[in-house]
Ligand binder design. Structure first.
Ligand SMILES: NC(=O)C1=CN([C@@H]2O[C@H](COP(=O)(O)OP(=O)(O)OC[C@H]3O[C@@H](n4cnc5c(N)ncnc54)[C@H](O)[C@@H]3O)[C@@H](O)[C@H]2O)C=CC1
Length: 465
């Protein structure tokens, strides 16, 4: 079997990775030498650069070994804020990032063609991700501890991609070449040195994050045990992992489909953690040729997927106030997991309202399962909100079976935020919101305007998706 026969090599890989990581870390934390135009000379100095592959900064479990090792910017011999000022003031020389990144990857694959196999066939998502990542790095360079925390989680996640320290070195080399190419005659040593320091700091944090996760698998094998096409474009998948997948209700993981190697996309787990290692995912096909399409249209029971480490902190464990959950479309997945978890372990007296938004009534794709749960749990109130409800607003009530009825409201359009606002005073609640970015923004804005403190409105970072 694939899972057991790979155990020895996985162990070997872990030892090698650890060895590399420790060597690199020693190098990175050594005092910085004077600038020496590193990469283009090929000698890959003290470690190197940044995120080579998918996934972005996101709210993740507090596993963060990274904040320990990575928070000293350039071994404290230099100030992140100073590099931030320098990079920002010369940004015009290297931007647009899209061009910089295009050149970076071209250079890297030309110099080291074997690295191409670590990346997905289509580099589009990858390039966009790196663009966001560069922006994020530059914006946060004056806050090294925060940056190190995010990068540590990214490093943990990157283990699934097979990224090794030597790959970071290749990345640095390519970045320096790209900076020179973009800046042309205006290139100067200070500019490149600031970028290299930023990159090496990032790599240090990523390596520390990867190191702190060496006791867990870099990814989990999963077999599809259920594939339920609920709508033409929505499927609910059940997969079973070989080893326990250690997530908390409300978290998300990355999924790789065998038809699209090295392409990982994020989906929330749609059920509470279960003893039989079964995990549910809710997937809407978003466009042709992507992971969502493969999962909805080209997946059957028996197919094998890979899952990256779970991430996200949508549901705070230490706040036991009454809960307001607002889900839009397949953003229902994490909310369903939270509700299932509460059905098993609920602080006494805690009440829960779950608003479920959908384009139309037929798109309330998981309503039977929800209303069955709601029927058994009097502390749970379910409020479906369909955009096509002619009366506008809530399309039915708690455990009402097929959605029907109404609560009045705006005519036509996106009604979810309005239905939530109209329903009552949520200022004493803890709120979790999940769904399309526009919907999350709208609900959040409305709740805060109505008196709910912003810190009590939780949602996953949109960037990470
Ligand atoms: N599949 C998963 O596991 C998860 C998905 N998500 C995110 O949830 C989203 C789900 O998308 P769909 O199912 O296509 O949702 P959808 O387009 O069907 O919309 C669902 C609800 O959100 C409202 N809405 C949509 N866009 C809005 C906007 N701009 N402003 C205000 N309200 C808006 C709609 O009126 C409807 O009530 C995706 O963006 C996905 O990334 C979030 C968490 C988990």
């Amino acid at each position: 079997m694939e899972i057991s026969s790979s155990a020895a090599s996985t162990e070997y890989d872990r030892l090698i990775a650890r060895h590399h990581a420790m060597r690199l870390r020693r190098q990175i934390l050594a005092p910085a030498p004077a600038f020496q135009a590193p990469a283009v000379r090929g000698a890959a100095v003290r470690g190197s650069a940044v995120p080579g592959a998918a996934s972005g900064p996101g709210g993740v479990p507090s596993d963060g070994g990274a904040s320990r090792g990575g928070a000293l910017y350039d071994g404290a011999s230099c100030d992140g804020a100073a590099d931030q000022r320098l990079i920002l003031s010369t940004l015009g020389l290297v931007t647009p990032f899209a061009d910089l990144i295009d050149h970076l990857y071209r250079f890297m694959f030309l110099r080291r063609p074997y690295l191409r196999s670590l990346f997905p066939a289509s580099m589009e998502f990858q390039q966009a991700h790196l663009e966001r990542m560069f922006t994020y790095l530059v914006e946060h360079l004056d806050r090294p501890a925060e940056l190190a925390d995010t990068l540590g989680r990214l490093g943990r996640d990157h283990r699934k991609l097979g990224v090794r320290p030597v790959h970071y070195e290749a990345f640095e080399e390519a970045l320096c070449a790209a900076i020179r190419h973009r800046a042309g005659s205006q290139w100067n040593e200070e500019l490149e040195a600031a970028w290299v320091r930023m990159l090496r700091f990032s790599v240090g944090a990523m390596v520390a994050g990867a190191e702190s996760a060496l006791t867990e698998p870099p990814y989990w094998h999963a077999v599809v045990v259920g594939h339920d096409r609920r709508r033409p474009d929505v499927a609910v998948l059940r997969v079973r992992t070989g080893e326990p997948y250690p997530y908390r209700a409300g978290q998300y993981g990355t999924v790789e489909h065998p038809l699209l190697p090295h392409t990982w996309r994020q989906y929330s787990m749609g059920c509470a953690p279960r003893a039989d290692n079964e995990v549910e995912f809710h997937v809407r096909r978003t466009g042709p040729g992507g992971v969502s399409e493969a999962l909805v249209e080209r997946t059957a029971v028996g197919d094998r997927l890979r899952l990256g480490p779970p991430r996200g902190s949508l549901m705070p464990a230490d706040d036991t106030r009454d809960l307001l959950l607002v889900a839009g479309g397949t953003g229902l997945a994490p909310m369903k997991a939270i509700v299932e978890e509460l059905a098993e372990h609920r602080p006494r007296g805690r009440r829960v309202h779950l608003f479920v938004g959908a384009r139309d009534r037929a798109d309330l794709y998981d309503w039977p399962a929800l209303s069955e749960l709601g029927g058994r749990k009097p502390w749970l109130e379910l409020i479906p909100v369909a955009d096509d409800d002619p009366a506008g607003g809530a399309a039915g009530g708690a455990a009402g079976g097929a959605a029907g009825g109404s609560a009045g409201g705006a005519a036509g359009g996106r009604r979810l935020a309005e239905a939530v606002g109209r329903r009552g005073d949520w200022s004493d609640h803890l709120a979790c919101v999940s769904g399309p970015a526009g919907m999350v923004d709208e609900v959040r804005t409305r709740l805060v305007a109505a008196g709910l403190p912003p810190a009590r409105v939780h949602h996953d970072p949109v960037l990470g998706r």
